[in-house]
Design a binder for this molecule. Structure first.
Ligand code: KIV
Length: 276
């Protein structure tokens, strides 16, 4: 039996969950209908990720996603999940061009997108400055390190990060720096399990893994991946349903009934002829 979450959570609750060893569950959602499905569960966090660009808008990568996209999808998710803790992704170039622009864009995701917090990728000096600037205007920031999809061209593809001893050390240091900059949470994507474990043990803020192994403080998956909407999936995804197949079968059944004159039957006729 699914128990709906009716809780108003905040960043302090997630810290407490880490301290108590309670795992944190996060899922992406991008619209009103899917947000309602998530809101009917006890999910801890909804992420309006810029994976929106790939799984909903059909782009090759996440770099095409714009502020307007995240704002309108986050607002739709909020309408479907009024009580949820929602993190909205800051799109590519929305926090790279100076701290004033980063603050204004983060504020728009909170004010217009109705999110509780924002997420941004990377741990370089300018990303740390952006985190500090956004936290300074009282907006909670979730950091994101490892295989950060907005850096796909620099990485030369979607490749696991942090495998060499140098990269391992660099990510460990960056994780501590994003925490020091004020991030309340850290998403770790596409890194070796050992590194996910070391970072999670080293930080006081919770870590949320995706392709980062078993030892992070929580996990995040993309809605469409776990529900079977994508044919090609990375190894770390577990499919919990085959909704694309189910949807196509239902749509095929509908079209066949239209062709065969079975739908609509009298039962589905708003005002049947024999009622006149
Ligand atoms: O955009 C997204 O969905 C994400 C998750 C994969 C962490 O950033």
């Amino acid at each position: 039996m699914i128990k709906a979450a009716n809780k108003a959570v905040n960043q302090a609750d997630f810290m407490l969950m880490k301290q108590q060893g309670k795992k944190i569950a996060m899922i992406t959602a991008y619209d009103y209908a899917t947000a309602k499905c998530v809101a009917a569960t006890e999910m801890d966090i909804i992420l309006v990720g810029d994976s929106l660009g790939m799984v909903v808008l059909g782009y090759e990568d996440t770099l095409q996603v714009k502020m307007e996209d995240i704002i309108s999808h986050a607002a739709a998710v909020r309408r479907g999940a009024p009580e949820a803790f929602i993190i909205a992704d800051m799109p590519y170039l929305s926090y790279h061009l100076g701290d004033e622009a980063a603050k204004a864009n983060a504020a728009a995701l909170i004010v217009k997108g109705k999110a509780n917090a924002v997420k941004l990728e990377g741990g370089s000096a300018s990303r740390l400055a952006a985190i500090r600037a956004i936290v300074d205007i009282e907006i909670p920031v979730c950091a994101h390190l490892g295989l950060t999809p907005q850096s796909v061209h620099r990485f030369g593809g979607y490749k696991v990060q942090g495998k060499s001893p140098e990269e391992h050390e660099e990510l460990l240091v960056q994780a501590q720096e994003v925490q020091r900059a004020g991030a309340f949470m850290l998403v770790l994507e596409g890194i070796p399990e050992q590194l996910g474990k070391e970072i999670s043990e080293a930080l006081s803020i919770p870590t949320i893994g995706i392709g980062a192994g078993r030892f992070t403080d929580g996990q995040v998956l993309v809605y469409h991946d776990l529900l079977g909407y994508n044919a090609q999936l990375p190894k770390f995804v577990k499919r919990y349903a085959e909704l694309q197949k189910l949807s196509s079968e239902a749509i095929q059944a509908y079209l066949q009934e239209v062709k065969d004159g079975i739908f609509p039957s009298q039962e589905h006729t708003y005002y049947p002829i024999d009622k006149l």
